[in-house]
Design a protein around this ligand. Structure first.
Ligand code: HEC
Length: 115
C-alpha cells in the first residue's frame, strides 16, 4: 500500500501530538511518569529490567544485577546506567526514548526507597 498525502498528513499530526505530550511540564505529570516507569520496568520488552533486577514495588526478583531496593540509586544514576550501560548491563539508549528513560529514572529512584 502506498502512502497517500492525506495519510502522511495524518501521521505528521499524530507525531506532533505525541511530541507535544512529551514536552508537557515534568511536574505536571509525575504520577503518569511513575506509572510509565513501573510499566517499563516490569515489561519484558524493550526494557526487561525485571529480568535482571530485584525491585519490590515492581514485584521484580531478578538476580543478575544489583538489588535496587538496597542500592537506592538517585534518578541521575539510573539515567546514566540506562544511557551508557554499566558492566554486564546493556545501554538502552537505542531502545528507550528520553521520556521513557526519565520515567524509569524517576520511578526506580522513588520506588527503591519505598518501604
Ligand atoms: C541483562 C541484565 C540487565 C538488564 C536487562 C538490566 N540491568 Fe541494570 N544492571 C545489570 C548489572 C549486571 C548491573 C551492575 C553493573 C556493574 O556495576 O558492573 C546493573 C546495574 C544497574 C544500576 C546501577 C548503576 C550504578 O550506577 O551502579 C541501575 C540503576 C540499573 N541497573 C537499572 C536498570 C534498569 C532501570 C533496567 C531496565 C531498563 C535495567 N537495569 C536492566 C543488569 C541488567
Amino acid at each position: 500500500m502506498t502512502k497517500t498525502p492525506i495519510h502522511a498528513a495524518a501521521m505528521a499530526a499524530a507525531q506532533l501530538a505525541a511530541a507535544l505530550l512529551l514536552a508537557a511540564p515534568a511536574h505536571a505529570d509525575e504520577a503518569a511518569q511513575m506509572a510509565r516507569g513501573k510499566e517499563l520496568f516490569s515489561t519484558a520488552t524493550p526494557a526487561a529490567c525485571a529480568l535482571c533486577h530485584t525491585l519490590k514495588d515492581a514485584g521484580a526478583e531478578g538476580a543478575i544485577g544489583p538489588v535496587l531496593d538496597e542500592l537506592q540509586p538517585d534518578a541521575a544514576r539510573v539515567a546514566r546506567a540506562l544511557r551508557d550501560g554499566i558492566g554486564a548491563m546493556p545501554s538502552f539508549k537505542a531502545t528507550l526514548s528520553e521520556a521513557d528513560i526519565a520515567a524509569l529514572a524517576l520511578y526506580v529512584s522513588r520506588a527503591s526507597r519505598m518501604k
